[in-house]
Design a protein around this ligand. Sequence first.
Ligand SMILES: [Zn+2]
Length: 258
Amino acid sequence: MRNPLSSSRKCPICGILFVVVAFLLVASSSSADPPAGSNALDSISVGVPMNGSLQRGEVLPRKGAGYVLIKSARERKARFGVLELVMLIKDAAYKVSRKHKGSILRVADLSVRKGGKIDHHGSHQNGRDVDFAFFMVDRRGAQAAADTFVPFDANGFSVDPPMEYRFDTRRNWALVEAIIKSRKATVQWIFVADHLKKLLIKYGETHGAKKSVLRMAEQIIHQPGKKAHWDHFHVRIYCPASDRPECRDVGPRWAWVK
Ligand SMILES: [Zn+2]
């Protein structure tokens, strides 16, 4: 590589300019940094998802490019997460909407402002969990949306209301792929019923998904216990590195996670 100072022989003031610019860069970057050893400006996820809290949680705006927060989440004020989770939601929603025009991801509960217990959930306590309604289409194949979560059977038909909607495997797979590939956060789980996981993996396999993404999806997509997540996705991210040791992960750490 060329030595930047060597140019000073041809240009006498370049050396001085170089020093001044370097000084200004150092001065400006150090004044913007948080105090050493902390992330004073960033959110912190404390504890575990079943028993924890959230400090300086980031709020998810009610709507943005490719997503909208559904009514129940707005009413419960469950719009807060660690910065990394909020960035992941925005990133994934935007990517799906770019790929599938007009697509709007319906985001449900994250955590409440300071975390802790929240109605209707065992987890969602420390800003690392979020629920999404499924993408679906109506009988004519047009993008459809409902105010509540809609359950789907193994053939991808809605159960309630019966046969009214179809599980939009194409967009739901695009969402899974966007979440897995996003660099905003590292996902640990996408909870969803086994019968819908089958539809998703099969779609990926038959539509050119990379082998590496499929292998990750096989592990990340999971039905927890017998309780079927047949009406929504539940996504959980790992503790951001800057939130440890206050933040604690439970369960497996996938081989590709640093
Ligand atoms: Zn959930």
